[in-house]
Design a protein. Structure first.
Length: 232
């Protein structure tokens, strides 16, 4: 038995070892999304209207290839990625999840001047949407839930690039900060903004308060043991 095989078995036996590896060279046959939700949602900064009729919803971020991507599935320029969720609550949590995890107040500046947009189409045309939440993605292509949660964005970005190179228009995954059955989608396209239609907008402050989230009264982080009271 070769030393490489022994080492691989030893690593596989350590439960604490990361299981997610590099994307396979051949991703043909990767599971596709069979039924898309009627609506998708995105929490984003508000832009003036006009001339930005989309209010900033359709923005595709990219990475430069020399530093770690800012977004989990960002593609290298000139390509980019736009992130949405299948519920408005999941979209909000992706913006404020680090405060929820820290059980601290959410700064007012994080939710003020932001909107939660509702859209009816991902504009993927006839191109397939990859579904990384499918069991077959793990059984046949080595996907684990680490794809949705690890902080190695360089690795997750390489998965996104591999799927885009195989003709997939988007990737469905589980949002990091939602523990239920919500799903999110990373849509691939040219970097920059679009003026695609948005069905409606809800102020993020209104949505956060409806969710029962605690917002700080002042635009800065308030310590957990502070006596400030959340807004009603």
């Amino acid at each position: 038995m070769g030393a490489g095989v022994v080492q691989l078995r030893q690593q596989a036996g350590r439960r604490s070892a990361r299981a997610l590896g590099e994307p396979p060279e051949d991703l043909q046959g990767f599971p596709r999304l069979s039924a898309s939700p009627r609506y998708w949602y995105r929490a984003h900064r508000r832009k003036p209207d006009p001339p930005h009729a989309d209010q900033g919803c359709w923005w595709f971020t990219s990475c430069n290839g020399t530093s770690e991507p800012a977004g989990r599935f960002d593609l290298p320029a000139p390509q980019g990625t736009c992130y949405l969720a299948d519920s408005p609550e999941a979209a909000v949590r992706e913006c404020v999840g680090r405060y929820l995890a820290g059980r601290t107040w959410i700064p007012a500046e994080v939710v003020d001047d932001r909107l939660v947009a509702k859209v009816a189409s991902l504009h993927t045309g006839r191109r397939p949407v990859a579904d990384a939440t499918s069991a077959e993605a793990g059984d046949q292509f080595g996907v684990t839930r680490e794809l949705f949660t690890i902080d190695d964005y360089a690795l997750t970005s390489r998965w996104a690039r591999a799927l885009a190179d195989h003709g997939y228009a988007a990737l469905v995954y589980q949002p990091r900060h939602s523990t239920g059955e919500q799903r999110a989608v990373a849509v691939f396209g040219s970097e920059g903004g679009r003026t695609w239609k948005v069905r409606s907008w809800t102020p993020m402050r209104q949505m956060a308060l409806a969710m029962g989230l605690s917002l700080a009264l002042k635009p800065e982080v308030v310590p957990v043991d502070d006596c400030a009271q959340p807004e009603d």
